[in-house]
Design a binder for this molecule. Structure first.
Ligand SMILES: NC(=O)C1=CN([C@@H]2O[C@H](COP(=O)(O)OP(=O)(O)OC[C@H]3O[C@@H](n4cnc5c(N)ncnc54)[C@H](OP(=O)(O)O)[C@@H]3O)[C@@H](O)[C@H]2O)C=CC1
Ligand SMILES: N[C@@H](CC=O)C(=O)O
Length: 428
């Protein structure tokens, strides 16, 4: 029988406690399958949601105790960047293998961490950093390795998908549903990371990097969130045969990359439109397989912890076989050019808030037409009120022209336009 593998855990919150539960509830199954066990040796966390769940552990006084000689793998499950980065770098210097669920860390300092890991001969597991319980990192870095990946279209934020699905199904308010997502443990510590698209952008930077062997960081991703989306938009989309989803898009064409996160109208029969609640879905289009789509719970304690434990097991197997080698760290990530998004074309949905008076539509249509934007359909809702939503779906138009037209309408037609204008693209 091989010797057991010892782990140290930094951070016992939603994910950390999920890891403890899996390692304890399924200890026999894991031992049977591996031929050895995974022991939680030490934990360190400011607060804990499960301190009394753990048996036979030592509660450390300082995270540095997790670098003790008898610990083989350390888990960074605190989130955030500064302390997590310091901890991970120190752990690598102490020759510890790392498992982390921290997309903010990898989307901003991943390349530093991978090269440090390569220098020190340790392995980094980060499966849980993208799409919770969906093993998409392994699919891209291992199972699709023989493919040239062309593009990725993905729902990678469970909180936003939960909010948009619930708004569609129950018509409860945005805030009520967000609070439920926080209670379920889906949301980030600062939920604006979810609803403003930042969490999705971090995940898309990671996916784009490993899919295109490219240096993509959070700052390279164009981001729009779902904060301004209203029932009106969701209802209008449904009437036209669409669902509204926060999508991450990454593609590579002529050696240029596009990586963006934004809400999209998606045709109802598209597989991504049918993925609801906390579920995530990642459609990968590659040259040999064509489209493959991976669906599963993208947030929450146990699904996320399942990915963390899978990484622990991968590294444990390497340790037992005496060949720990982080193949990802060995890869060369190239600096690539990014597409100018203003040059892109799509159909657009625009919600103007206008004063309900005669001639409003023709004034808006005139400005749109000046920028070569033609209207495919238009609806004005709530006639008779002071300010009403005017919903416009355009034919294909250039992104830069649509933005210029909206700016001109907002600036020069203040007597008819009120509040902010909402812009959503239609997925091709
Ligand atoms: N929740 C989810 O569904 C998913 C989360 N993730 C990622 O997993 C990571 C952990 O998330 P989650 O478990 O939800 O977060 P939680 O906030 O629930 O847990 C973090 C734990 O770490 C502790 N902690 C944070 N900073 C320190 C510190 N400096 N010193 C000591 N203890 C500290 C916290 O204590 P205190 O409360 O006192 O700050 C808390 O107990 C994040 O990177 C997140 O993005 C990834 C996929 C899904
Ligand atoms: N807040 C994130 C958690 C998982 O990464 C989400 O909602 O997807």
């Amino acid at each position: 029988m091989d010797k057991d593998i010892n782990i140290g855990i930094f951070g016992l919150g939603t994910v950390g406690c999920g890891v403890v539960k899996i390692l304890q509830d399924n200890a026999d199954l894991i031992r049977k399958r591996l031929g050895f066990g995974i022991n939680i040796k030490k934990v360190f966390s400011r607060t804990s949601k499960c301190k009394n769940l753990i048996t036979n552990y030592i509660y450390a006084k300082d995270y540095k105790e997790l670098f003790d000689d008898d610990i083989d793998i350390v888990l960074e499950l605190i989130g955030g960047i500064d302390v997590a980065r310091k901890f991970v770098c120190q752990a690598i210097d102490n020759k510890k293998n790392i498992v982390s669920a921290n997309k903010a860390l990898f989307a901003n300092h991943g390349f530093e961490i991978f090269s440090k890991a390569a220098q020190n001969g340790v392995k980094i597991g980060f499966e849980a950093s993208v799409a919770g319980g969906v093993p998409i990192i392994k699919v891209i870095t291992r199972d699709l390795m023989a493919n040239n990946i062309k593009s990725i279209k993905a729902i990678v934020n469970g909180t936003c998908n939960y909010i948009l699905s619930q708004m569609f199904e129950t018509h409860e308010s945005f805030e009520t549903i967000l609070n439920k997502a926080i209670k379920e443990g889906y949301a980030e510590r600062d939920p604006s990371f979810d609803i403003d698209g930042i969490d999705s952008a971090q995940k898309m930077a990671i996916l784009a990097s490993i899919s295109f062997n490219a240096k993509v960081e959070e700052k390279d991703v164009h981001v729009e969130g779902i904060r301004d989306i209203d029932f009106i938009d969701i209802d209008f989309a449904q009437k036209l045969g669409y669902r509204v989803k926060l999508l991450g898009i990454a593609n590579s064409k002529d050696n240029k990359l596009l990586v963006r996160v934004a809400p999209y109208f998606i045709e109802q029969d598209n597989i991504l439109a049918k993925v609801d609640g906390v579920y995530n879905a990642i459609s990968v289009i590659s040259d040999m397989t064509g489209q493959t789509t991976y669906v599963g719970k993208g947030a929450g304690s146990l699904p996320t912890a399942s990915s963390v434990v899978a990484d622990i097991i991968d590294i444990a197997k390497d340790i037992e076989s005496g060949t720990v080698k982080d193949t990802l760290s060995m890869r060369v990530f190239e600096k690539m050019e990014f597409v100018d998004i203003d040059s892109l074309e799509s159909h657009f949905y625009i919600r103007f808030s206008v004063v309900d008076s005669v001639g409003v539509l023709s004034r808006i249509a005139n400005v749109l037409s000046k920028y070569n934007i033609s209207i495919k359909s238009v609806v004005q809702i709530g006639k008779g009120l002071d300010v009403v939503p005017l919903l416009v779906l355009t034919h294909k138009a250039k992104e830069s022209n649509v933005k210029k037209a909206i700016r001109e309408i907002e600036k020069n037609h203040q007597t008819i336009i009120k509040n902010g204008t909402v812009l959503i693209r239609v997925l091709d």
